[in-house]
Design a binder for this molecule. Sequence first.
Ligand SMILES: Cc1cc2nc3c(=O)[nH]c(=O)nc-3n(C[C@H](O)[C@H](O)[C@H](O)COP(=O)(O)OP(=O)(O)OC[C@H]3O[C@@H](n4cnc5c(N)ncnc54)[C@H](O)[C@@H]3O)c2cc1C
Ligand code: SF4
Length: 512
Amino acid sequence: MSALRLILADQLSHSISSLQALEKSNDTVLFCEVMEEATYVPHHPKKIAFLFSAMRHFAAELEAQGIQVRYIKLDAPQNTGSFTSEVARAINALNPSRVIVTEPGEYRVLETFKGWQALLGIPVEIRQDTRFLANREEFAAWAKGKKQLRMEFFYREMRKKYSILIEADQKPTGGEWNYDKENRKPPKSGMTSPARISHKKSAITKEVLALVKNCFSHHFGKLEPFHYAVTRDQAIEELEHFITHLLPNFGDYQDAMVAGEAYLYHSLISSYLNAGLLLPLEICQLAETAYRAHRAPLNAVEGFIRQILGWREYIRGIYWHLMPEYGTRNTLEATRPLPDFYWTAETHMFCIAETIRHTREHAYSHHIQRLMITGNFALLAGLDVKQVQNWYLAVYSDAYEWVEMPNTLGMALFGDDGVVASKPYAASGKYIHRMSNYCGKCQYDPNEMTGEKACPFNALYWDFLVRHEDKFRGNQRMPYVFSTWDKFAPEKQTAIRAQALKIIERMTNGHL
Ligand SMILES: Cc1cc2nc3c(=O)[nH]c(=O)nc-3n(C[C@H](O)[C@H](O)[C@H](O)COP(=O)(O)OP(=O)(O)OC[C@H]3O[C@@H](n4cnc5c(N)ncnc54)[C@H](O)[C@@H]3O)c2cc1C
Ligand code: SF4
C-alpha cells in the first residue's frame, strides 16, 4: 500500500503524525509551495521566505534519510497553485493507494481536506496533530458546562497534566500558580537587550530570497536583512541562546517597550514553534531546568511557561472549539476602515509608527506592542475587525489563523464578547507612557486630554468606554472606570467626546 504524505509549511516536525509508520520503499512525501496560500493575505516577504526555506531544508533532511520526496517549488513551470490541484497532480503521477495528512491549523483548509476523498476518488486519512499539548477533544471536555473559559484555570490543569513547575505534594512551585504581579516593570532608562543570533544564509535560503524578491516585493515588509533560523538545529540554537542570556530578565520586562529595541527580552521562537521546528513541551522543560539549576528566577520561568503551556494551547483550544461561528463575531460592531498608516507607518503617533516600523523590518513585534499599541488603537477607534485580523495575519511571521484570530478578535478587539478577555484591553496614553519611552519622542502629549497636542489615545479611550457603556458599566473588573467618568464635569465630558470625533476625522483624512 503506497501512501502520498502531504506536509504543510507549518508541519515541519520529524515527529509529525503524517510521517508515522512511513514506508521508505513505497511512500512519497509531498511538499508544495502554492500561490493560493502565499497570497490569500499579502504575507510579509520575510514570512514567505522563512517558510519556503524551512520547508526546503526539511525536505532535504528527509531525502538524506532515504525518504522519497516530491517537492514542488513556487516557480516550477507545472505548479498549478493550490493544494488540491497539486495533490491531484501527484496522485496522477505516482498512483498512490491513499493520501495521508495531519490536520491543518486552519478551519478553511481542514474543510478543503475533508472534501478530497470524494473529489479525488482516493482514501484520505486526516491524522490528529499531536504536537499540541491539549487536543481538541480534551479542550472541549474542559470547556463543557463552563460559563467562562478562563485561561488561568486551563493553565493550571496543563501544569498538573505535564507536571511542569509542580512539587511532590502537587502544589505549584513557590506556592503560587502565577507570578504576573512581578512581571510588569517599566523599562529602565537606557535599556537595551543582548545581541541576537544571526544565521548564515545557506544556498537554499539564497535561492528562496531571490524567488521571494521576484514574486512578493510588492507586499508590506522588508525581505532583507534576513536572519531567521530555517532548520531545527538553528531554532534550537536560538532557544538555548534565549534560555541562557534572556530568560532571566524575561519576566521583569515582559511588558516594557523601548524605542529602537524590537526584541528586548522576548524569545522570538513563535515562528519556529508554530512551523514545527520546535515543540512546546521541550521548550517548557528547558525553561524549568533553568529554574531548577538557579539560572533563572521563578517569575521569569513561570511567566514564560504560562505563555506556551497556557496561552498558546488555550488560544488554539478556543479557535477549534468555537469555529466557524467564532470567525463571524463582531460584538462591538467595529467597522471603520483600517487607516493607511498600518501599512505606511506614516503617523505622528510615535508608538504606532515605531511598532509598525518594527513589524515592517522584522515581521515581528512583541506581545505588548501587538496588544497595547496597534491592537489598543484598533479597539478604541472601532476599526473593522476583519480588516484588522487580515493585517495581523499578513504582517507577522508567526501568524496562522488558529493563533492570530483569538488573539486579535478576542484578546485585542473584544470582538468575541469576552470569551478570551474578561475585560477589554483598553488603555489611554498614560499606560503607554508608563511602560515605554515612546512618549518623549512623540509630538503628542500623554498628559493632555484635549487640544492639538493631546495624545489621541486619551480621548479615544473615554469615548470607547462611553460608546459601549451598556456592555461595560456592569463589568466587575472595571469598578473605578465609570465612577471616574461620572466625576468629570459635563463640559469636560462633552469636550472629550468632541476631541474623539476630531481624532477620528484626522485619522480618516490621513492627518493623525
Ligand atoms: C493582536 C495579537 C495578535 C497575535 N498574533 C499572533 C500570531 O499570529 N501568532 C502567534 O504565535 N502569536 C500571536 N500573538 C501572541 C504573541 O504576541 C506572540 O506569540 C509573541 O509576541 C511572539 O513573540 P515571542 O516568540 O518573542 O514571544 P514571547 O513573548 O517570548 O513568548 C513565548 C511564547 O509564548 C507563546 N505565546 C505568548 N503569548 C501568546 C498568545 N497570546 N497566544 C499564543 N501564543 C502565545 C508564543 O509561542 C511565544 O513564542 C498575538 C498577540 C496579539 C495581542
Ligand atoms: S503621546 Fe500618545 S500617541 Fe504619542 S507615543 Fe505616547 S501614547 Fe503614543
